[in-house]
Write a protein that binds this ligand. Structure first.
Ligand code: ARG
Length: 458
């Protein structure tokens, strides 16, 4: 009745609504080129083990080459009647080359086919994402390098804590992205295993040689259990978890950029091309890109939740539930790729307002810990110096000035250990330079970290 591949055992055609509901061609057509790649490897293997003739293989190769061209030229019309990308391509092949096309599916199922396609596709996307993470890290390193000596208030609880180098602050994100990169590398190992050959669920009666297909497709390993091979999507969930962490890291950076660009803070400016105006308020320049990234992080975390719940409690082996893996996975990749790309570009367009940052350091007693440490170096136990400085802060706060702005006599009344050299320790630059050890904010340490990253990434 219709052109379904499997309609022989049915007494009536599938209802239009069901066709639409169960079809996946609208979104899985995106897998077409990887589907063809998998089919070509499968056919080559079948020929090598004597299941397909050389002529059949040649016909399949010829037909698939034409289909690839059709796809590239937009000449292909995907049909919902054929449900998904796999059956669309197979039918088109058969229309072109006849019986050889009908032999392609020997010893294979859409279940191992689709699992293979997703892995092939995701493997390529992870490579793109790895490059983009590196590109963003490079942007951040450039921005850090230009601003190693710029001092800004570091915050805890969003309250002024201690001075930090702006470069050091940027390097914190370079570290996060470095771990994100590692997670992608690690995740890719588990993506890069081949389900093909599992067939529907139990394997196949043909004398297949899975090492041939794995080698042709560049898979590092072969899935060793056919039931597991067709049914688990843990590799996709794992990827989405790694993607969620990247997005969460970028949502933190976004939040900071938004705060810093607020005129009330005034630490940075973002290039106009990444901002938008208001339809009513003429003065507005809004940081839409970071705001959207902050928002889109929720979307990716949502996909992670969706996919992990999708997997939960599914009995072995393949269930149609798994068709639902694609839209969230595709959207995760698209969102992440776009976000990384735009951020790598945008961070180059960040201008640092060093004077405002320094002025902010001078408010909020950012060097209070330095005064406490000064007293400790002169022999006072830290708990006592903490209390002494707290009293000095209360005094300065009452006068509305920073500790460094007190007269020597005013400061000295809090401890006999305070000498004239104290003021050297109460400058933002002095505070930075004093934290001179691996991982500290001293500019020479920050420069060393930048050099380390550049070498690591070269
Ligand atoms: N479109 C399906 C999917 O994405 C392909 C596998 C379908 N297999 C099946 N037996 N219905 O999961």
């Amino acid at each position: 009745h219709d052109n379904k591949t499997w309609s022989g055992r049915f007494n009536e055609p599938v209802s239009e609504l069901v066709k639409k509901y169960t079809g996946s061609i609208d979104f899985d057509k995106r897998l077409a080129t990887w589907d063809i790649q998998g089919s070509l490897a499968h056919a080559q293997m079948l020929q090598k083990v004597g299941v397909l003739s050389e002529q059949d293989l040649a016909d399949i190769q010829q037909g698939m080459a034409e289909i690839l061209e059709d796809i590239q030229n937009g000449r292909i019309e995907w049909s919902l009647d054929l449900e998904d990308v796999h059956m669309n391509i197979e039918r088109r092949l058969t229309d072109k080359i006849g019986d050889a096309g009908k032999r392609l599916h020997t010893g294979r199922s859409r279940n191992d086919q689709v699992a293979t396609d997703i892995r092939l596709w995701l493997r390529d996307e992870i490579t793109v994402i790895q490059d983009l993470i590196r590109a963003l890290q490079t942007s951040l390193l450039d921005l850090a390098e230009e601003n190693v000596d710029v001092v800004m208030p570091g915050f805890t609880h969003l309250q002024v804590a201690q001075p930090v180098s702006f470069g050091h602050h940027m390097l914190a994100y370079v570290e996060m992205l470095g771990r994100d990169f590692e997670r992608m590398v690690d995740c890719r190992k588990r993506v890069n295993r081949m389900p093909l050959g599992a067939a529907a669920l139990a394997g196949t009666t043909y004398p297949i040689d899975r090492t041939i297909t794995a080698e042709l497709l560049g898979f590092e390993q072969i899935c060793q259990n056919s039931l597991d091979a067709v049914s688990d999507r843990d590799f996709a969930i794992e990827f989405t978890a790694a993607a969620s962490l990247v997005m969460v890291h970028l949502s933190r950076l976004s939040e900071e950029l938004i705060l810093w660009m607020s005129p009330r803070v005034g630490f940075i400016d973002i290039a106009d091309r990444f901002c938008t105006g208001s339809s009513i308020m003429p003065q507005k320049k809004n940081p839409d890109v970071p705001e959207l990234v902050r928002g889109k992080s929720g979307r990716v975390v949502g996909h992670l939740m969706g996919m992990i719940v999708l997997m939960k409690s599914q009995p072995l082996a393949y269930n149609k539930d798994n068709q639902e893996d694609k839209e969230p996975l595709f959207d995760t990749v698209d969102t992440l790729v776009d976000t990384l790309r735009i951020y790598a570009d945008m961070m180059r367009g960040v201008t640092v307002k060093a004077d405002n940052m320094r002025a902010a350091v001078m408010q909020g007693f950012a060097m209070a810990t330095d005064l406490a440490d000064y007293l400790v170096k002169k022999g006072m136990p830290f708990r006592d110096s903490h209390e002494v400085v707290a009293l000095a802060v209360r005094f300065a706060d009452g006068k509305g000035v920073d500790l460094s702005e007190l007269a020597f006599e005013e400061l000295a009344q809090f401890s006999d250990l305070i000498a004239e050299d104290v003021f050297e320790y109460l400058t933002p630059e002095g505070a930075l330079n004093a934290r001179d050890h691996v991982g500290g904010t001293a500019p020479n340490q920050v420069r060393a970290q930048i050099a380390r990253w550049r070498e690591l990434m070269a």
